[in-house]
Design a binder for this molecule. Structure first.
Ligand code: C5P
Length: 232
């Protein structure tokens, strides 16, 4: 898998996202579309961004019974997204069903990655709310291992976990890491961050970068800086 910078397009309307993407007249970045934009604008937003030449990570984090996930993944596959995801806590069987649904008649399919434990879940809430007593790192690695067993391509994880995920699941298992900030930039609400350069050193395959690019005075320059630090 090639290393790349994915821009988190956390906008609430098609107009806002197009105004942003219009700035990129040269190279077309890989973009992440999340629930907010997808629920606001529907699948047409995916078709339109795709038509403009961008690769798309559709971040909808599916989690349901295997049959429903399989059928929904088939729909996403027909939308021709390049990457999508689900919750590993939906079980190995649900993840296997997702792969089945996602696989096109010619055998190709978008990259499928799993969310292990959300970074908003900590040890205490996992114990109190989910009745999971194991250390959170162990849970994250177990879920990553389950994702691999089900045939998925990788996981979303903190850049700090990427090295361990590669140790447990192999170098080819993809790590997609948010929580990236420039050394001289604003951390905002992210707690554990890394620079693009550090993320490259620890072996992230894709970094997901939102506000350091979308809120920059010159988003194209900020994107190019990320690519230079992470990919080149
Ligand atoms: O603006 P920022 O760079 O913080 O955006 C990061 C993106 O990655 C957001 O779309 C956020 O929802 C997503 N994300 C995250 N942490 C996770 C999973 C996803 O920040 N653990």
């Amino acid at each position: 898998m090639g290393k790349d910078v994915i821009i988190a397009c956390d906008f609430s309307s098609a107009n806002d996202v197009f105004a942003f993407l219009d700035k990129f007249t040269g190279r077309k970045p890989f973009v992440k579309i999340g629930m907010e934009l997808f629920y606001a604008e529907g699948p047409q937003i995916v078709r339109e961004i795709k038509k403009r030449g961008h690769k798309i990570f559709l971040d909808l984090k599916l989690h349901d019974i295997p049959n429903t996930v399989k059928k929904s993944m088939a729909v996403l596959s027909r939308l021709d997204v390049d990457m999508t995801n689900l919750h590993a806590s939906g079980t190995v069987r649900m993840m296997e069903a997702a792969i089945e649904g996602l696989t096109r008649p010619d055998g190709t399919r978008p990259i499928l990655i799993a969310v292990t434990q959300l970074t908003s879940t900590d040890q205490q809430s996992m114990k109190d709310d989910l009745l999971i007593d194991h250390p959170i790192d162990e849970v994250v690695m177990h879920y990553a291992h389950n994702a691999k067993k089900a045939g998925l391509d990788g996981v979303v994880c903190s850049p700090l976990e990427a090295g361990k995920v590669h140790e447990v699941c192999g170098k080819e298992f993809v790590t997609v890491t948010p929580g990236v900030r420039f050394a001289d930039g604003d951390v905002g609400d992210q707690k554990r961050v890394m620079t693009p350069e550090q993320a490259k050193l620890i072996g992230s395959d894709y970094i997901v970068v939102g506000r350091p690019i979308t809120a920059a005075e010159d988003p194209v320059a900020a994107y190019e800086r990320c690519v230079k630090e992470f990919v080149d």
